[in-house]
Design a protein around this ligand. Structure first.
Ligand SMILES: NC(=O)c1ccc[n+]([C@@H]2O[C@H](COP(=O)([O-])OP(=O)(O)OC[C@H]3O[C@@H](n4cnc5c(N)ncnc54)[C@H](OP(=O)(O)O)[C@@H]3O)[C@@H](O)[C@H]2O)c1
Length: 295
C-alpha cells in the first residue's frame, strides 16, 4: 500500500523552514496541490513562487497558522473545507525544542511545545482522518525524533512530546492497517536546519558532529521513500540509522544510566567521581543552565 502522493493534495506543517520546506520541494514535483502551513507567511509565499515556477501544474495554497493555538488550527481546517480542499496526505512536521533544566524553562515555552508538537498533529490527524477513511486512501507522515526513543536530560519536555508522537503514531498505524491509510513516523537525528538555533541548543552545547548530521534535503528524501514503502519508522542517515538500531536494543536500565551521566553534567557540571547529591557547601558549577556559581 502506498500513500496517495502522486496527484494528491498534501498538507505540510512547518513548511517555512528545514525538513518541512524540503519535503514540500520534493513532493511539489508530484502532487496536485500543496497546502503550506506555518507562521512565517512571507517564507511560505516565497516557497509557493519557487514551486509554482518549477511545477506549472501544481496548485499551492499558503496558510498562515500558529499551530500552538487550536482555534487557529480549526479555522485553517474550516477554510480548507469552504474551498472544498480534500487533504489526501498530512505531513505533521512543525515542531520546536528547548534546552535546559526543566524547572528553569518558562511555562509559556513548555505550553508552546506541547501545543505544536503534540496537540496540533493529533488534532489535524483527527479532523482529516475520517475523510481519508471514507475515500479508502490517505497518508499521515509524522516527523518525530530520535529523542522520542531515548531519554534526553536537558530537553525533558521536547523528549516527552516526541515519545508521545512515537506511541501515537505506532498505535494509530496498527489501528489503520488494511484501511488504505498509510502511517509512518520519521525519527531524525541531527539535521542541519534552524531547529538548534530555535531550541537554543546550538549556543549552549554546540552543533552536532558533522559525521552524524545530515542535510534537510536528505532527511526529506529518506522520509518520503520510507513513507512510500509503508515503513513504520524511518531513521534518516546511514550512520545515525545504525546507531539507533543499536540503541533501540539497549535495555532500559542501561539507557537510564547513560542519561544519568548527561543529567549530572547538566545540573552539577560534575564528573562521575563526585557524589550524586553534592553537599550544598561544595562549589557547584551550573554549566549549562546559566545559573550563578555558588560557593
Ligand atoms: N533538525 C533536527 O536536528 C531534528 C532532529 C529530530 C527531529 N526534528 C524534528 O523535525 C521537525 C522539523 O524541524 P526542523 O529541523 O525542520 O526545524 P526548523 O527549521 O526550526 O523548522 C520548524 C518548523 O516548524 C514551524 N513551527 C514552529 N512553531 C510553529 C507554530 N507555533 N505554528 C506553526 N508552525 C510552527 C516553523 O515555522 P514558523 O516558525 O514559520 O511558524 C518551521 O517551519 C520538528 O518536528 C523537529 O522536532 C528535527
Amino acid at each position: 500500500m502506498r500513500p496517495p502522493i502522486d496527484s494528491g493534495t498534501i498538507l505540510i506543517t512547518g513548511a517555512s523552514s528545514g525538513i518541512g520546506r524540503e519535503i514540500a520541494r520534493q513532493l511539489g514535483r508530484r502532487a496536485r496541490t500543496l497546502v503550506l502551513v506555518a507562521r512565517r507567511e512571507e517564507r511560505l509565499e516565497a516557497l509557493r513562487d519557487e514551486l509554482a515556477a518549477l511545477n506549472p501544474t501544481l496548485g499551492v495554497v499558503v496558510e498562515r497558522c500558529d499551530l500552538s493555538e487550536p482555534d487557529e488550527v480549526d479555522a485553517l481546517l474550516a477554510r480548507l473545507d469552504k474551498h472544498l480542499v480534500n487533504v489526501d496526505v498530512l505531513v505533521n512536521d512543525a515542531g520546536l525544542g528547548d534546552y535546559g533544566l526543566y524547572e528553569q524553562e518558562s511555562w509559556g515555552r513548555i505550553h508552546q511545545m506541547l501545543q505544536v508538537n503534540v496537540t496540533a498533529p493529533v488534532l489535524l490527524a483527527h479532523r482529516l482522518l475520517r475523510r481519508m477513511l471514507e475515500r479508502k486512501r490517505g497518508g499521515i507522515l509524522n516527523i518525530g525524533s530520535g529523542a522520542g526513543l531515548i531519554f534526553f536530560p536537558g530537553s525533558a519536555v521536547y523528549n516527552g512530546t516526541k515519545h508521545f508522537l512515537d506511541g501515537f503514531t505506532e498505535s494509530l498505524r496498527l489501528e489503520l492497517m488494511g484501511t488504505g491509510v498509510v502511517v509512518t513516523q520519521v525519527a531524525p537525528g541531527p539535521v542541519d536546519t534552524e531547529f538548534g538555533e530555535v531550541a537554543g541548543s546550538d549556543a549552549r552545547i554546540g552543533k552536532p558532529p558533522s559525521w552524524l548530521a545530515i542535510s534537510a534535503s536528505r532527511c526529506a528524501r529518506e522520509a518520503i521513500a520510507g513513507f512510500e514503502n509503508d515503513v513504520p519508522l524511518v531513521y534518516p542517515g546511514f550512520v545515525y540509522r545504525w546507531l539507533m538500531r543499536l540503541v533501540s536494543l539497549l535495555p532500559r536500565p542501561l539507557m537510564r544510566a547513560a542519561g544519568w551521566i548527561v543529567a549530572r553534567r547538566l545540573r552539577y557540571g560534575s564528573s562521575l567521581l563526585e557524589p550524586a547529591h553534592p553537599d550544598p557547601r561544595i562549589k557547584q558549577r551550573v554549566l549549562i543552565a546559566g545559573g550563578p556559581e555558588e560557593s
